[in-house]
Ligand binder design. Sequence first.
Ligand code: SF4
Length: 382
Amino acid sequence: MNVITYCLKIENDSSDLYYKEISLISDKVVEKIKSSHSLIINNFVSFIKRSGIEECRSNEEYILEFLTIGVLLLVYEDRAKKLKLIPQKALSYLSRVRNNTKILKPGFNKLKGILSTMFLDKNQIDSISFEKVYFSDFINLLRWMEASGDFKFSLERLVNWYKFLKSESKEYKNEVISKAISAAKWFKIEGSKSLSKYTWGVNNFLVKNHPGYRFREDVLFCGRKEIEYHLNMVGAEILNKVFRKDFIKTKSKMVLVPSCMRFHNDANCKVKKTDKGYFCASCSEACKVNKLSKIGGKHNFKVYMIPHESEAFSKGKILKREIGVVGVACVLNLLEGGWRAKSLNFIPQCVILDYCGCKNHWHKEEIKTDINMGELKRVLQI
Ligand code: SF4
């Protein structure tokens, strides 16, 4: 098999072992941060309740956010520090307008690729070399994330931490940030030990292929480090566990799948456009989307195909009633997708593509992707 960055199938051509392992690893990560940093998490929960900035979420979700701060600082702190104010403002503005226009989007995408390569992707060295981190580094990171336009919903989560810390003492702010870094350093080692067998292709891809992504719109997305893959894997599992009970209770459910799972290409696929995504017209018995849609017909869930990750929930309307959604996506879209779905009041679950291969980002001719059907059935309880 042509592994581009990751592959969950390592035993008997199946990803069953991955799903067993990730469940154990995610529990271990939650327990470790709970035992080492419970005071910070409790203080943050108290702040959320006191300030009323959002309905209080579970400790596990806040633990994941705390870990995300550390991991993103490890990866981007150096680049964030180097980003000057004018390109930061220009890129942030570009990200906002780009999301609100369909006609001009291709032009804006080109511009984003050029500016991102020039100002956001400068340093490929792991920022892990730095010794001391401060609250000001966290602020730089938030600005960098805003400018990138690729972290919209992660940013939304982390801004609450900024609101929490900004009125605390200087010592406490710096202490929280440095503890998030310690948690991320521990996670980097643990993640490598257990998950590198699934993500061994990432470093190879970054060295051999990623230089060819210069000036492309997805230069940052495809340039993610291995630790970010691990964060997405563990984070998705944490969110799946948190939302599972509520998801099962929802009366209406849907599954969103990427177009790289279908049998035919754009020219021959007969999908019909609806306001929720594309609906399969059953033109091919060999098509996995068609098979999934038939299972949906029997078990009362709808299947929609989404041509690009940015188009999932693109209407951006906050739901009045709860709908369960299973997002099928490649590893790098899991956390953003989960947080985006939750921000619109969906009750999310996810199933990971066993490997990536879409032509939007990874392969010129596209490799047809697949999922672990057993895992999808387990998630949907069918
Ligand atoms: S079966 Fe459905 S998703 Fe598959 S190629 Fe045909 S219309 Fe497209």
